[in-house]
Design a binder for this molecule. Structure first.
Ligand code: NAD
Ligand code: IPM
Ligand code: MN
Length: 358
């Protein structure tokens, strides 16, 4: 039996409600494929911050580093400022473990009502490759001339050659691996004077190394429109930290709900653990009501299995999700996809689908 040690961080809000469903699915798929999981349950959250002034214990990163992967729910609570909670846990994990790839599939699943007319599963199916450790997400800058008429704030974006090239190389290699030789770049070189012209320059250089891959480049404004008008035209989309963030809510929005979308924060060299989480946040507006859709969390667990080398198990979980979403019964579908199931009823339906198709 292969053994994997997983750090489980449910976090805040609905993170705590969707995580048990992913663990249920992992337990079952582990039995089917004879995979052992050793879970470390780490209750680090905004509550920890309220009690101790810190999101994680001082040895938090050391403890996480002893795991093969991290499964995260969501971070964020209304009474704790977001820049404190997110820069206190999620963002440091991404950076210190050099998880420079944030891979986010966008796929219309069977049975999920699509807000676009006339689209069927297969029509929307592409990958967002988001830069995850630099770019617009930066602590460089600050306030100036405080208290005077000239008061303001500067926020510096950083695009290093190493950081830019490695995310683009990942995107081109992914397109090759998937047999979908087409990479689209998200830019804004008409408005951002320094960063995006450099991004374009590196994209062109990288494209020259992959002559068999078709490329196109879109300013982020029209790219947002094209995600809605022509989502079928995309295969792999590479974007900076902020553009990738926005596109990876927009894409799933176009597929009917952001709640199904997963996110893999990957250190491709496997020098550090990678982290898997849903794209969505802690959803304080619905937390505590047991109505959150757990699919994004379960799909994130599937991406984790794939990263751990358990490709067959990962594929089976994804197929079970698709079986579940194809079921028209309102008893297995949460409210965001047109049903009235509880979070755990939806999780149970995924486990039942696993058993049916295993
Ligand atoms: P959100 O993703 O939490 O919620 C946006 C909307 O989608 C809400 O109406 C919510 O009810 C709905 N939604 C989200 N997930 C759902 C699910 N699984 N099932 C059904 N509906 C779902 O985004 P937000 O409201 O902008 O942020 C709330 C908090 O979460 C903030 O503190 C934010 O910083 C944080 N956040 C954390 C992460 C993360 O930990 N990775 C990601 C995004 C936002
Ligand atoms: C995400 C989230 C985070 C991000 C926030 C909560 C810092 O929106 O994972 O997409 O912007 O990376
Ligand atoms: Mn986001």
């Amino acid at each position: 039996m292969t053994q994997h040690t997983i750090a489980v961080l449910p976090g805040d809000g609905i993170g705590r409600e969707v995580m048990p469903e992913a663990l249920k699915v992992l337990d079952r798929v582990g039995q089917i494929f004879d995979i052992g999981f050793r879970f470390s349950h780490l209750d680090w959250s905004c509550e920890t911050w309220l009690a101790t002034g810190s999101m994680m214990p001082p040895d938090g990163m050391d403890r996480l580093s002893q795991h093969d992967a991290i499964l995260l729910g969501a971070v964020g609570y209304p009474t704790v400022p977001d820049h404190i909670s997110l820069w206190g846990m999620l963002i440091p994990i991404r950076r210190e473990f050099d998880q420079y790839v944030n891979l986010r599939p966008v796929r219309l699943l069977p049975g999920i009502p699509c807000p676009l007319a006339g689209r069927a599963p297969g029509d929307i199916d592409f990958w967002i490759v988001r830069e995850n450790t630099e770019g617009e997400y930066s602590q460089i800058g600050g306030r100036f001339a405080e208290g005077s008429e000239a008061e303001g704030v500067a926020q510096t974006a950083i695009f290093t050659r190493r950081g830019t090239d490695r995310i683009m190389r990942y995107a081109f290699d992914l397109a090759t691996r998937l047999g979908r030789p087409h990479v689209s770049s998200a830019t804004k070189s008409n408005g951002l004077f320094h960063s995006m012209p450099y991004w374009d320059e590196r994209f062109e250089k990288m494209a020259a190394e992959y002559p068999d891959i078709r490329t196109d480049s879109h300013h982020i404004d029209i790219l947002a429109a094209r995600f809605v008008m022509h989502p079928d035209r995309f295969d792999v989309v590479v974007g900076s930290n902020l553009f990738g963030d926005i596109l990876s809510d927009l894409g799933p929005g176009v597929t009917g709900t952001i709640a199904v979308a997963p996110s893999a924060n990957i250190n491709p060299e496997k020098r550090f653990p990678s982290m898997f989480e849903p794209v969505h946040g802690s959803a304080p507006d619905i937390a505590g009501r047991a109505i959150a859709n757990p699919i994004g969390q379960v799909w994130a667990a599937s991406m984790m299995l794939d990263h751990l080398g358990e490709g067959e198990a990962a594929a089976l979980v994804l197929r079970a999700i698709e079986h579940m979403t194809a079921d028209p019964s309102a008893l297995v579908r949460t409210a965001d996809i047109g049903g009235h199931a509880s979070t755990s009823a939806c999780g149970d339906a995924i486990v039942a689908a696993l058993d049916r198709i295993a």
